[in-house]
Design a protein around this ligand. Structure first.
Ligand code: ZN
Length: 209
């Protein structure tokens, strides 16, 4: 229906999360109308993040720079892991880097993080093996962790993930806590306001049988 290159663009846009075929067409035609400079800025922003940004080798947060081409995926460390002023004995477990940002905004937390890069969701075929759980377990002993705070989203997938991790971690010689509810149920951490999330973190409770 369209020139090949336009159809390719629409197809690529339609693969983005939350973008259906109609929105993909709308965005494609918006891009066609932009000046080359404006449109190429977007293209450059995408290629730049793909060149410079990868996952932190320790916590799987977004990490920029110091990438070793010989070992492209595992040689970068994020700013938080590299910060010697942060308490390495407390790890806050979140689903995605955006959740880490939400917790950081509260300014209530001075420990380190672990980003699971998802949540357990059988419907979407995401089991525990697809998350960075093995990597979390490997850190606990190595880094002398004394407390793990479960800070998953207050929805079905987040709760399932916290339950799974709780069962896994409880037998270990460390404290396992979960952020207090009072967060809007069914929501996402990133939409909770800083005060609410800060209080939820402060009012975290230890998991008991
Ligand atoms: Zn990190």
């Amino acid at each position: 229906m369209y020139a090949n290159s336009v159809q390719d663009l629409i197809d690529e846009l339609a693969r983005l999360p939350g973008v259906g075929p109609k929105s993909a067409q709308r965005i494609a035609f918006h891009l066609l109308k932009l000046s080359p400079d404006d449109a190429l800025r977007l293209a450059r922003a995408i290629s730049t993040v793909k060149e410079r940004v990868s996952w932190c080798r320790r916590c799987f947060n977004i990490a920029e720079g110091r990438r070793d081409e010989a070992q492209p995926d595992h040689e970068v460390e994020c700013e938080i892991c590299a910060d010697p002023k942060r308490d390495p004995t407390v790890i806050c477990v979140v689903e995605e880097p955006r959740d880490l940002v939400a917790v950081e905004k509260t300014r209530e937390f001075r420990g380190k993080y672990h980003v699971l890069q998802g949540a357990i969701s059988p419907i979407d075929g995401i089991g525990p093996d697809k998350l960075r759980i093995r990597e979390l377990l490997a850190r606990l002993d190595r880094e002398g962790v004394k407390e793990v705070i479960l800070c998953t989203n207050p929805n079905i997938e987040g709760d399932a993930t916290a339950l799974y991790l709780g069962t896994l971690l409880k037998p270990l010689p460390l404290k396992v806590t979960q952020v207090a509810r009072g967060l809007p149920a069914g929501g996402d951490l990133e939409y909770a306001d800083e005060l609410t999330l800060g209080r939820a973190l402060e009012g975290r409770r230890e998991l008991v049988d």
